[in-house]
Ligand binder design. Structure first.
Ligand code: MIG
Length: 772
């Protein structure tokens, strides 16, 4: 129900309305009275206004208070037009319209989410912009914006006021346009400035008693995370520029198998194409890709190819011709196909906003899927454009004039070229399905999301029974329903190893559980020690892919010899031992949106110290990870939280079984060690390691830290098809209890529609190495 209150306007032409969604959720609309329609992002999948009138707004002076059943929930300052005084535009086009509000929060509130953002785990004291942006090969630890825009944040109550009401809030600014989030910074310590380059500001306010509830509701609105096939949870290997040809791909595969380092997928970066023409293969280096893929499949390797959105402008190139005939490309102001330069030279860009264009793109993707490609990696879909054709011609003209006049060429020419790249997409024009023209400003941040929709359709068309794997760089709220993401072009530095923890955690808190960094770092040469530490960390992150830039030294798990190779192998094996646990967590994430890795304060919300810990995290609710994040760190500081109710508890060292009491510790972390602790009365299902997810052991191990009772939930299915949606899955709960001198395992089966991989279950004693 839409509730258009008397208190509507503080400026005569501005209307404020609310739509009751449910107890937890209300939608707020701010905008000029006369705007009835706008181009909305389509990320919201479910907005049924309920027919209740529980939510109200009250406006007094310059404050807009939201009430639920007379209880005050949160307040905003009344909306203002124009670019806000606290704003700081870093990228994106100039806009004639801005609308802003300030969200009033406790000065000690903690702010999380905002998707793929740098800096620290907690987001206060920063200004964040939403404008999908390629950073040209690397980014710094405080760079902003990056590739993906998730205009959603969580307000967690201050932990220093245990008596304060334990209210959590989620704010989703449902606008795809360029926007700004000033978190307790220039807008004031007790405010979050929200500004959108738009005439309207639509947002959802979600209230809840914990982070879980907030994320569940946010992912009800924007879509639940897709459920990947099992192989996507394995170790993946990638490098820009390698393998250079079919032969090298097969050799790489042999290396993994001969060295007994588990691996599930190999990636083919842009070198696989002919002149970077999307959906082609290099005629000499990859002359028979279908055969190569078959040979890799025979050895249980899955294959993933990169797909860039730019289509080389080259009459005679079938993809280009087909798109021209069907008129699928984005237009410039003059109404012609926009041409901008990327890897192949001048390119045109599909207008993914239109359904018929997405269908066309899906049909193009079939060229890869038909020959057996298993996963699609969407890069450069911000979209990243090096420069536009018209601007380049102007620049060339300027340069020529300077040269003719005998004037020197200086740095400004180079600078101009870089700026041109950022500006290239600004004037583009898209069309909607109904033929309405829309400026790129409204589409930019959703371009990658629309592309992912098209790619998903390709999979559905070619392999309707099979689950799929799409990896995307750019995205917007809702992307979790289609694709996994990686954090782009990071660097091979310790700082970026730490950053990768914060970024992956915050992506999870932003509804995107399936993400991870380029393990080992993309830009720059990795040090052997850093690679090993990153592999240890990666083994417990949701997406585990080693990737690096062209011309950097090789960072294969064996590149630095011993002792590194053995340690790297051990942790990649460990990843596979954890699969039963990870798979169950992925299933839960798919059903609920709950992240796979979690900040400590999510599991221990009332513990003030937990809220200050940055580099430790929980994998699921049972395992605490305290990775070494510094060079030559032979020890790490470890904080083990007390129980949820604040009582002491015993944690168990995963590797030795030694028990440690909650509190602060300094523990050993030599290079071959990842500090890992099992929570009291919690357990983790594991299995023997395998070389890839096609292999299945027959024993399920339950590793428990048992005092009174442990419950280990477990899920399994065929690992690759959609049959689970027809009930072909197994879901159960192992309950382990201890009496005086015996342990009892009891299985409660919640759903028995599939024979799970194991035919025996064993308790795994601490310190027992399942591989020996
Ligand atoms: O302009 O395809 O982030 O992962 O290796 C660089 C080459 C294009 C950027 C991606 C990176 C990928 C690289 N790409």
């Amino acid at each position: 129900m839409r509730n258009n209150p008397d208190l509507a306007a503080n400026e005569k032409d501005t209307a404020i309305e609310i739509t009751d969604i449910d107890q937890q959720t209300v939608q707020l609309h701010v905008g000029p009275n006369n705007i009835s329609e706008k181009h909305r992002n389509r990320s919201v999948v479910e907005v049924d206004g309920a027919d209740t009138a529980d939510w109200r707004i009250r406006i007094d002076e310059k404050k807009l208070a939201l009430l639920h059943k007379e209880d005050h929930v949160t307040s905003f300052s009344t909306p203002e037009k124009g670019f806000p005084e606290w704003g700081r535009q870093k990228s994106g086009p100039q806009s004639d319209h801005w609308i802003s509000m300030k969200h009033l929060v406790d000065k000690d509130a903690r702010i999380y989410g905002l998707g793929e953002k740098t800096r620290y785990l907690e987001k206060s004291n920063g200004n964040y912009e939403m404008w999908n942006r390629d950073t040209n090969g690397f980014y710094t630890h405080n760079e902003d914006p990056l590739y993906m825009s998730i205009p959603f944040y969580i307000v967690a109550p201050p932990t220093n006021q245990p008596t304060a009401n334990n209210q959590y809030l989620g704010i989703f600014v449902d606008q795809p346009e360029l926007s700004q989030f000033d978190v307790k910074h220039r807008a004031g310590r007790d405010k979050i400035g929200l500004a959108v380059a738009s005439q309207t500001l639509d947002l959802f306010v979600i209230q809840g008693s914990g982070i879980r509830q907030i994320i569940q509701r946010y992912t009800d609105l924007t879509g639940k995370p897709f459920f990947p096939p099992k192989w996507a949870l394995g170790y993946h290997h990638s490098k820009y520029g390698a393998p250079k040809n079919q032969q090298e791909a097969l050799e790489l595969a042999s290396q993994f198998r001969n060295r007994e380092i588990p691996c599930d997928a190999l990636y083919f970066d842009i070198q696989h194409m002919e002149a970077y023409k999307v959906f082609t293969w290099h005629s000499e280096s990859f002359s028979d890709p279908e055969k190569m893929i078959q040979q890799l499949h025979d050895r249980n390797f899955k294959t993933v190819t990169i797909v860039d959105p730019g289509v080389k402008l080259e009459p005679g190139y079938s993809v280009y011709d087909s798109g021209s005939n069907e008129d699928v490309y984005v237009k410039n102001k003059e109404g012609d196909n926009f041409a901008g330069s990327v890897w192949p030279g001048l390119c045109v860009f599909p207008d993914f906003v239109q359904t018929r264009v997405r269908d066309w793109w899906a049909a193009q993707n079939k060229r890869l899927l038909d020959i057996g490609i298993d996963g699609i990696w969407n890069d450069m879909n911000e979209p990243a454009i090096f420069f536009g054709e018209n601007e380049l011609q102007q620049l060339v003209h300027q340069i020529k004039t300077k040269v003719d006049q005998g004037k020197p060429l200086d740095y400004s020419v180079k600078r101009r070229l870089i700026d041109m790249g950022a500006e290239a997409s600004n004037g583009l024009i898209h069309s909607t399905d109904s033929g309405q023209k829309v400026s790129h400003l409204h589409v930019h941040n959703t371009y990658g999301l629309y592309e992912a929709q098209a790619t998903k359709k390709a999979f559905r068309d070619v392999k309707p029974q099979e689950r799929n794997f799409i990896l995307t760089r750019a995205g917007f709220s809702g992307i979790q329903n289609y694709a996994a993401t990686w954090t782009g072009d990071n660097s091979s530095t310790w700082e970026h190893l730490r950053l990768s923890i914060f970024m992956t955690i915050n992506l999870g808190l932003s509804g995107i559980p399936f993400s991870g960094p380029d393990v080992g770092g993309f830009d720059g040469d990795v040090e052997p020690e850093l690679l090993t530490r990153w592999i240890q960390l990666g083994s417990v992150l949701p997406f585990f892919r080693n990737h690096s830039s062209i011309d950097t030294i090789p960072q294969e798990p064996w590149s630095f010899g011993e002792p590194y190779e053995s340690i790297n192998r051990r942790f990649i094996q460990f990843r596979y031992e954890l699969l039963p646990y990870l798979y169950t967590l992925f299933y839960q994430a798919h059903k609920t949106g709950i992240p796979i890795i979690r900040p400590l304060f999510m599991e221990f919300p009332n513990d003030q110290q937990a809220s200050t810990i940055q580099t430790e995290f929980m994998l699921g609710s049972s395992l605490l990870v305290a990775p070494a994040v510094e060079r030559e760190a032979n020890k790490v500081h470890l904080y083990l939280p007390p129980t949820r109710t604040g009582n002491e508890q015993y944690w168990q060292d995963w590797w030795t079984g030694e028990t440690l009491l909650s509190g602060h510790h300094i523990v050993d972390a030599p290079l071959d060690h990842l500090p890992l602790y099992l929570r009291e009365d919690h357990g983790v299902p594991t299995m023997n390691t395998v070389l890839n997810t096609e292999q299945t052991p027959s024993t399920l191990y339950l590793r428990c830290n048992l005092t009174n009772k442990v419950e280990v939930p477990i899920y399994d299915d065929d690992g690759h098809s959609f049959d689970y949606q027809q009930g072909n899955y197994f879901k159960g709960n192992y309950e382990i209890t201890k009496t005086k001198d015996e342990m009892k395992i009891n299985l409660t089966t919640n759903h028995q529609g599939f024979d799970p991989f194991w035919n025996e279950v064993k308790l795994l004693p601490a310190g027992y190495d399942v591989n020996n």
